[in-house]
Structures are given as structure tokens and as C-alpha cells.
Write a protein that binds this ligand. Structure first.
Ligand code: ATP
Length: 571
């Protein structure tokens, strides 16, 4: 009934759970004082003779006041516990996502991550703030009551104590089924969220392909499945609550019968009345635990997802600084899933002050090379070095300060042009920004569009695809790094701008380490060295001229592309 892994997640906040349990126990004693006060007052009234009512009055007033204060304090601690758990878990989850880097986006869906870190943690809060304190309190409370009541009537106390374990037995009986059903519930919930986000993001494509109707039906099916599983959860909760009510009230009824019998046998009426009033208290903590259990199960399922996220293996990093700016791969083999080899025994070197290109048909592993060079993925065999040192031995921040990767999907933030530059280069001046914009042929457009204060929408939605790519390139150039990796960075750019940019990148390679990945071989012809990948292996390498002399993949690709471009121009 208690998940050790979930308990271990909140080591720092366990003290709040202990405080809440103690406050609940204090509250129980206060309730007993109130009940004792009532019974004593009745006893004095039945006995007649105008006894001293101050004692029962004091018991009732003090008990009620203490109970009120403890309940308020307990609510306060629960809120503090909940807030500490939520902010602690959220920051651990976000830190983990940051440490996973590019892998988090590759291995987990954004919708899934959002649901787990937002709603999942919200549900988990109830597990810690409500369920766990209630669990420990429910185990202790019946024993305390038994210890008090046994001195009054051992038979009644024993009957009540024996009926109490029936509630946890019923909870355990449904827990296996509940676990399964909640795991299913969360699975359906996250897949519905994934589907929804996917559909919203791809709405334009769905409309263009007239696939929106079919998608709508699919989403309806997902929603219907989610409705069904939600109803199953509710039915299970209702059935379990009914069983627990039957046990609680049945058990209390049995205890009351014994207390009444004791009174009929001539025992003190006030004692029997006390036992009758206290009988339900034996069952209430476990009954409340039963209700909290279902809420907790929901949170626990979300908690398993958070544990899986926190336990995801992350690339290891060291503390060393790269000594130089050259990169290399030595006999590297890599597979994403452990079965299909994407790269096989690949050896490449990317010297400083030179431009090295990686070419090859789609799906041959070019972007995977980038992922390995930047440490986002680690090879199963072979070694990736940066500045002469294995990438895994480097200090990640130190390495990333030397590196800039520009791809066709580099993200542009919803900020001004200046704000986007400042994110990458906090010390950048206006002159440096305009110079970088000039290098990518974007300065005239920005001047006419309102200057550096022009607002850019989320991911550059209010500028063209080519302008977005040129802006990303300009930001990277202004950041002034030692190593530049361009992964299809000019794929959307018009030929005139591309020529200007390629001239500038070539000039840049005189001072920096430049790695260029491009489908368009026209962009790699001026590289100092070109590696041609084919089926995950280096099929050829050398300068454009040398590769054109050989009868290989490169020459075929180059000639095909040239013919297609000529056909395009003629058309
Ligand atoms: N995250 C991933 N998980 C599993 N397989 C992947 C992943 N990323 C890429 N692959 C697979 O690895 C192979 C190489 O992909 P990669 O993106 O490196 O190729 P590429 O040469 O850059 O292709 P393109 O030129 O089309 O961008 C492909 O078969 C691809 O399906």
C-alpha cells in the first residue's frame, strides 16, 4: 500500500508527513476529551443532585479548542507539504529534462512530458499530503482507541478492534485491480493528450490533405476510450467505497451492540455511551484512508511516470575543458534501438580552421553524426573526441560555450530581434548584430521591418522560413563560437542569399572549426574535406575534385542534382 520508490522521492519533506500524523493523533485525543465531557455531563444529569459541571464543561471546551487549533495547523502543514512536494518534483523533472538535452525531446512526447509534470505532479501532491499521513494515522488511531477503551469494557473494545482490519483487507483486495486500471487510465490520458497536440500542430496539413474528418473521428474514438476508462475508475471507486462503508458501519454496529449489552447487564450508562460514541471513531481513519487510496492510486500512477523520467539514463559528462577546437570520431558504431546499426565503424576528423562536410543520401546518418559530436548520444563502440579529449570527459557547459549548432529547425523565440540575439550572446552590441545580419543578407529586411525592436512570433511564425533560417544563422555568428556545425542550415534560403551566406561561412572556416551538412552538394564543393556516408559507413572522402575523379556515390549524386537544378532553371 506504500510505494517505497515514491516515498524516496520526497526525502526532504518526510518531516511534514510525521508532523501531520502527530497533529492528527493530538486531534484524536482532543475528540476523546469532548466525548468524555459529554458523557460525564449526562452522567451528572442522570445522577441528579446538582454535581459539579465545571469538569465536563472544561473537557468539552478545551477539547474542542485544541481540536480546532490542531485541525487548522494540520491543514497548514498539508499545504506546505504539498507545495514543497510539487515545486521539488517539478524542478527535479525540469532539471532532468535539461540534463537529457536533445534526448528528452527525441525520446518523450512533449504532450506526455507536459501532462506528467503539470497534472501528474498535481495528483501526486494528494498522495503525499493526504494519503501518506492518513495511512500512518489510520494504523495508529485504532490501537490508541483500543488502549483507552479496554479499561472501560474489554469485550466491546476487542470486537471493535477485530473488525477494523477488514477495511485494509478490502483495500488490498481492490488495490491490484485499481493499479492496473489507473495505469490504463493514465496511458489513455497521455495518448489522448499526444493526439490532441499533434492534431493542433498539424492542423494546416490535416486541412490541406482533407484528413481532418478522419482525424476528428480518431480523436472521438480516443475520447470515447478515455470516457470508458474514466467510468470504470468511478465504478471501481464507488464499489470499493460501498464495501468499506458496510464494514465500517457493520463493525461499529457490532461494537455498539456489545456496549448496549454491557449497560443492560448493569454496567455504568455513561461508559456504554462513551463506547457507543467512540465506536465509529475506530473505523473513520481507515474509512478516510480508503477514500484517499483511490485519489492516491491516481497520483501513484502519475508518480511511476515521473520515476521513469527521473531514472532515464542520461549521457555522462566530466569536468575537463577541451584543449583545442578540432573534433573527431574513431571507429564509431551507433544504434538508436540496440538492433539496427545507423553508423558502422565510422572514422572522421574535423580539423580546426577548415570546413569539413558530411554528405550522403537521406537517412544515411548525417544528423546522427552531429548528435554524437555534440554529446546528445553516446556511441556503443568507438570514441568521439573534442579538443583531443573524449566528449564524455568534458564539462558540458564548457564544451557548449565553444559550440554552435544551426539546423533547419533552430527555434526562434517570441521576443524582439535584439532579445533573440541577447539570449545567445549576452554581451552582443548593436554593431555586432547588424554585422551578423549583413553576413546573412537580412539587414535590409530588418531595417525596413522596424529594426532590432521588431517582435518575432513564437518560432518565427511572422517571418518567412528563409528569413527565420537566416536569423538563426546570424544569431549563431554573433555568438562567436569556436566550433560551428551547420545541419541543412540553408535549406530554405533563396539562391542569392545562400551564395552570400556560403561565402561568409567559407571565410569563417579560416578561423573556426566548421562542419557542414547539406543535401545540396553545391554547398559542399568548397569544403576542405568531404565525407560521403552510405548505409552508415564512410563510403568516400576527399576534396570535391578528388571525389569527382572517382566513380562513386558522390559523383552520381552531384551529377543528378546538377541535372535536376538545370531542368528547374529551364522550367
Ligand atoms: N531518435 C531516433 N530514434 C530512432 N531512429 C532514429 C532516430 N533518429 C534517426 N533515426 C534513424 O537513424 C537513421 C539515420 O538518421 P539521420 O537523421 O541521422 O539521417 P540523415 O542522413 O541526417 O537524414 P536526412 O538527410 O534525411 O536528415 C535513419 O534511418 C533514421 O530513421
Amino acid at each position: 500500500m506504500i510505494d517505497k520508490k515514491l516515498l524516496a522521492l520526497v526525502q526532504g519533506q518526510r518531516k511534514y508527513i510525521v508532523y501531520t500524523v502527530f497533529l492528527n493523533i493530538g486531534s484524536l485525543f482532543a475528540s476523546l476529551c469532548v466525548t468524555a465531557g459529554i458523557c460525564l455531563a449526562l452522567h451528572l444529569a442522570v445522577a441528579g443532585g446538582g454535581g459539579n459541571y465545571w469538569v465536563p464543561f472544561f473537557l468539552m471546551a478545551a477539547g474542542a479548542a485544541v481540536r480546532y487549533c490542531l485541525t487548522v495547523k494540520s491543514g497548514d502543514i498539508k499545504t506546505r507539504l504539498g507545495n514543497a512536494v510539487k515545486s521539488g518534483l517539478r524542478s527535479r523533472a525540469y532539471d532532468k529534462i535539461l540534463r537529457l538535452g536533445v534526448r528528452s525531446a527525441e525520446e518523450m512526447s512533449m504532450a506526455g512530458l507536459t501532462q506528467v509534470t503539470m497534472e501528474g505532479i498535481e495528483q501526486l501532491d494528494l498522495y503525499y499530503a493526504v494519503y501518506l499521513p492518513q495511512f500512518f494515522y489510520a494504523m495508529i488511531a485504532p490501537v490508541i482507541l483500543f488502549a483507552v477503551c479496554i479499561f472501560l469494557d474489554w469485550r466491546t473494545s476487542l470486537v471493535l478492534l477485530c473488525c477494523v482490519p477488514l477495511i485494509p483487507v478490502s483495500i488490498v483486495a481492490v488495490s491490484k485491480y485499481a493499479k492496473k486500471i489507473f495505469a490504463k487510465y493514465w496511458g489513455k490520458y497521455t495518448s489522448m493528450g499526444d493526439g490532441f497536440l499533434d492534431s493542433v500542430q498539424g492542423l494546416k496539413e490535416l486541412k490541406i490533405f482533407r484528413a481532418d474528418e478522419a482525424r476528428n473521428e480518431k480523436m472521438n474514438e480516443q475520447a470515447e476510450e478515455f470516457r470508458k476508462i474514466t467510468m470504470k475508475v468511478l465504478v471501481m471507486q464507488l464499489a470499493s467505497t460501498t464495501i468499506m462503508d458496510l464494514i465500517a458501519y457493520g463493525g461499529a454496529g457490532a461494537g455498539i451492540c456489545f456496549a448496549v449489552l454491557a449497560a443492560l447487564r448493569g454496567g455504568p450508562v455513561a461508559v456504554s455511551l462513551f463506547l457507543i460514541l467512540v465506536a465509529v471513531e475506530f473505523f473513520l481513519p481507515l474509512r478516510s484512508l480508503g477514500s484517499a487510496f483511490h485519489v492516491a492510486m491516481n497520483g501513484a500512477s502519475a508518480g511511476q511516470k515521473i520515476i521513469r523520467l527521473l531514472e532515464t539514463e542520461e549521457p555522462e559528462w566530466g569536468t575537463e575543458e577541451p584543449e583545442g577546437t578540432e573534433l573527431s570520431m574513431e571507429h564509431v558504431s551507433f544504434s538508436y534501438d540496440g538492433s539496427r546499426q545507423v553508423l558502422r565503424d565510422v572514422t572522421m576528423s574535423f580539423p580546426a580552421h577548415a570546413m569539413t562536410a558530411v554528405a550522403g543520401e537521406s537517412g544515411t546518418g548525417k544528423s546522427t553524426v552531429i548528435s554524437l559530436l555534440t554529446g546528445g548520444q553516446r556511441p556503443q563502440s568507438g570514441c568521439v573526441r573534442a579538443g583531443g579529449r573524449p566528449v564524455e570527459s568534458l564539462n558540458r557547459e564548457g564544451y557548449y560555450r565553444k559550440l554552435s549548432v544551426v539546423s533547419c529547425s533552430t527555434y526562434i523565440f517570441n521576443d524582439t530581434i535584439r532579445g533573440n540575439f541577447l539570449l545567445a550572446a549576452p554581451d552582443v552590441t548593436e554593431e555586432m548584430i547588424w554585422e551578423a545580419l549583413r553576413l546573412v543578407n537580412l539587414d535590409r529586411f530588418i531595417r525596413n521591418a522596424g529594426g532590432l525592436d521588431k517582435m518575432v512570433s513564437e518560432d518565427g511564425a511572422n517571418i518567412s522560413g528563409g528569413q527565420k533560417q537566416r536569423l538563426a544563422l546570424a544569431i549563431a555568428l554573433a555568438a562567436d563560437r569556436d566550433i560551428y556545425i551547420f545541419d541543412e542550415a540553408t535549406s530554405n534560403i533563396d539562391v542569392e542569399s545562400e551564395t552570400i551566406i556560403m561565402d561568409n561561412i567559407l571565410r569563417l572556416s579560416g578561423e573556426k572549426t566548421v562542419i557542414m551538412i547539406s543535401h545540396r552538394l553545391a554547398n559542399v564543393v568548397r569544403a576542405d574535406n568531404i565525407y560521403v556516408l552510405s548505409e552508415g559507413k564512410v563510403a568516400q572522402s576527399g576534396s570535391h575534385e578528388r571525389l569527382m575523379e572517382q566513380d562513386g556515390v558522390y559523383r552520381t549524386m552531384y551529377q543528378t542534382q546538377k541535372q535536376l537544378e538545370e531542368v528547374d532553371i529551364r522550367a
